[in-house]
Write a protein that binds this ligand. Structure first.
Ligand code: 5GP
Ligand code: ZN
Length: 111
């Protein structure tokens, strides 16, 4: 499958990897929108948050317990987590990912 985040997860495309285990990878966003901008991605190709199902329950719990650990490790006590589902929401890569953003005061706009 021609998916950039699958390729990054498999190590076929280089990235600044910050964390990886058997089910997720985290790496720096190539075009950071904040001083710290980390992407957390499941290895499984899930197209977006709109495709999350009951069977992803443990994976989602795993991601959400790693998010504060990663944020803290990279100096963030205050941060935002965003996932965009669909083009109107701003999704440009069709592989589920969670943005961790922080390091300065973030714009309050949410929509
Ligand atoms: P979305 O717009 O889908 O919510 O977020 C996609 C994010 O992936 C963007 O912030 C974009 O900068 C990032 N991105 C796209 N291609 C690559 C890539 O090849 N490597 C890395 N590290 N980030 C990427
Ligand atoms: Zn993928």
């Amino acid at each position: 499958m021609d998916c950039i985040f699958c390729k990054i997860a498999q190590g076929l495309v280089p990235s600044q990897k910050l964390y990886e285990d058997s089910s997720i990878v985290a790496f720096n966003d190539i075009n950071p929108a904040a001083p710290v901008h980390i992407l957390v991605v499941p290895r499984e190709h899930i197209p977006s948050a709109a495709a999350i199902r009951e069977g992803h329950y443990a994976l989602m719990g795993h991601i959400w317990t790693k998010i504060p650990v990663l944020a803290k490790k990279h100096g963030l006590e205050q941060f935002r987590v965003v996932t965009n589902a669909g083009q109107h929401a701003g999704q440009t890569v069709e592989h589920l990912h969670f943005h961790i953003l922080g390091g300065h005061k973030l714009n309050a706009a949410l929509g």
